[in-house]
Design a protein around this ligand. Structure first.
Ligand code: APR
Length: 320
């Protein structure tokens, strides 16, 4: 059986990390595409030289030509401009929208059967625009945000409860941004709801609220520390988990920016929801019961996403 092919559009900090992770896990052969000349070729060469040391079999190719992504099984998109300190995700809208247009056309022409994972921010708007520009089915285009957001939430909770991160199952809904909705009632430590752990005196409501706030600002916290870019290790690791779920038909339930039509009272937009990822792509959106507070918070998040979509439509008439 031929090896799978993973195309990475954008070979910057996340793209390079994706290539390294995909190679180490032998997900398939890897094509790194970027508009910057030489850079994807250099990274591909560097990472391929890890192979003899680590003992992985994966061929890597850097390119500036979309033809090289032909027949890719998975395409992960990080092309664009990352957030700089003081810049909101929304400031990125105009620049990254035009990048999505070029990337969407490249995927449509060369890899129309791929499962596409978008990482470029502002995520919920960019994944929608990428789907529109590429014309791929909605179930084959998803955004990576929730896996990262819930990993951030889980990291902070594990520190708070002084337990292994492996035992924390954190649940985050909604858009990727300051309005995301960490849901404590569905967040557990080895099956024990966080709300129960608070009742047991293992933390306080105030501490959990602080952790929720820190999770919402998790990307910004790293931007402020790095000063010259945004997070890349955890975003790349999160997208690789989604790619693996697709390639290995794992049927994992992962929080993804998925196209939601009908469920959660939504009428056709991308927002973070629990999604079954398997060989069919985003196979099913799972609708969970929400209390009034979570419902209200989700609505705020959805309204923020809708506002971004309107802004996109105003910028590019093809999206209207
Ligand atoms: N086509 C292909 N690649 C492009 C294009 C384009 N039209 N425009 C820009 N790029 C490339 C840049 O040359 C750069 O190498 O995208 C890459 C982005 O890499 P970085 O600047 O290192 O950004 P990174 O940290 O990887 O983040 C990428 O993910 O989390 C989001 O907000 C973040 O939108 C940003 C994206």
């Amino acid at each position: 059986m031929a090896r799978k092919k993973i195309a990475l559009i954008g070979a910057g900090m996340i793209g390079g990390t994706l290539a390294h992770l995909a190679a180490m896990r032998e997900l398939g052969d890897i094509v790194l595409f970027d508009i910057a000349e030489g850079m994807p070729q250099g990274k591909a060469l560097d990472i391929s030289q890890c192979g003899p040391v680590d003992g992985f079999d994966a061929s890597l190719k850097g390119t500036n030509d979309y033809a090289d992504i032909a027949g890719a099984d998975v395409v992960i998109v990080t092309a664009g401009v990352p957030r700089k300190p003081g810049m909101s995700r929304d400031d990125l809208l105009g620049i990254n929208l035009s990048v999505m247009k070029a990337v969407g056309a490249g995927i449509k022409a060369n890899a129309p059967d791929a499962f596409v994972i978008c990482i470029t921010n502002p995520l919920d708007a960019m994944v929608w625009a990428l789907r529109e520009f590429s014309g791929l089915p909605h179930n084959k285009v998803v955004g990576m945000a929730g896996v990262l957001d819930s990993a951030r939430f889980a990291t902070f909770l594990a520190q708070e409860f002084k337990v292994s991160v492996r035992d924390v199952n954190a649940f985050v809904l909604g858009g990727h941004g300051d309005t995301m909705v960490p849901v404590t009632s569905y967040t557990t430590v080895s099956g024990i709801p966080v709300d129960d752990l608070v009742k047991m005196g293992r933390s306080t409501r105030e501490r959990i609220d602080e952790i929720v706030t820190r999770t919402r600002g998790g990307g910004g916290e790293i931007v402020a520390l790095l000063k010259t870019g945004s997070a890349y290790y955890a975003p790349a690791t999160s997208a690789i988990a989604m790619a693996e779920a697709y390639l290995n038909d794992q049927k994992r339930i992962l929080p993804c920016a998925s196209y939601v039509e009908g469920k959660y009272g939504l009428d056709g937009l991308y927002v973070g929801v629990p999604t079954v990822i398997g060989a069919g792509g985003a196979e099913e959106v799972i609708e969970i019961a929400l209390d009034d507070e979570a419902k209200g918070n989700l609505q705020v998040s959805v309204d923020a996403v809708k506002e971004l979509l309107e802004a996109c439509k105003a910028i590019d008439g093809d999206l209207a």
